[in-house]
Design a protein around this ligand. Structure first.
Ligand code: ZN
Length: 225
């Protein structure tokens, strides 16, 4: 096992891009893996490739678009209008069931074939929708399962697990990549890079986090003057 290399599950969004640069600081070598899962906005994979190129890390894609056709959700089915609010008592229809289960399982097999045992994912339990496969318990459970499945010692790293969006922006800033994350990533559910459409749930969450972080930063800087 090559303990010096990490594989980042990489979508080209705010969270996984922050994780990419976190991994660059933490490990000697970083490789990234993006998934085509039938998402409407495949442009995100092109943006991910461009970010990886500029970050000087390896980049690969896997086509697992069958997962989009397994269930019904607004990220892969163009006939379903996206929930802008979380419906009471259920998940928003942006939830792609099993997505992180597939992503991380495939990433682990991919990593194993390359002698990599560190896997990095940008999931966060503090995210508004509380997708079940973003929770810490799921990740820890899957980590054990992956180790048992392949008789390996994978370590799944989740640097954003307990951070809110403002803290994720703070992390990007401390890594010196606030502008890269702000301008070059795609988080928007409507497929618009950078600051995005401004009104989908992903844009709202991202913008509110950024505004909160910039306010904290400004207050800190003015108190230091
Ligand atoms: Zn948006």
């Amino acid at each position: 096992m090559n303990k010096e290399t990490a594989l980042v599950v990489f979508s080209g969004g705010q969270d996984s891009t922050t994780c990419l640069f976190w991994a660059k600081q933490t490990f000697k070598q970083v490789h990234t893996l993006s998934f085509l899962y039938g998402q409407k906005h495949q442009k995100e994979v092109e943006l991910a490739a461009a970010i990886a190129r500029r970050a000087d890390v390896g980049f690969d894609t896997m086509d697992i678009s069958f997962i989009g056709s397994l269930g019904h959700n607004s990220l892969t089915d163009p006939t379903i209008a996206m929930d802008e609010q979380q419906p009471h008592g259920s998940y928003p229809n942006t939830f792609v069931p099993g997505r992180n289960l597939f992503f991380l399982s495939i990433a682990a097999v991919y990593a194993r074939e390359r002698g990599i045992n560190h896997i990095v994912t940008g999931v966060s339990q503090t995210d508004f929708s509380g997708y079940p496969d973003c929770r810490d318990a799921f990740i820890k459970s899957l980590n054990v399962t992956l180790n048992l499945a392949m008789d390996e010692q994978f370590v799944v790293h989740t640097p954003l697990m307990w951070l809110d969006k403002a803290e994720t922006w703070a992390l990007a800033d401390s890594l010196g990549v606030l502008d890269v994350v702000r301008n070059d990533t795609l988080t928007c559910y409507n497929g618009i890079p950078g600051d995005g459409c401004g009104h989908c749930p992903a844009c709202k969450l991202r913008r509110e986090g950024l505004e909160k972080y910039l306010k904290i930063k400004e207050a800190k800087e003015s108190s230091e003057k």
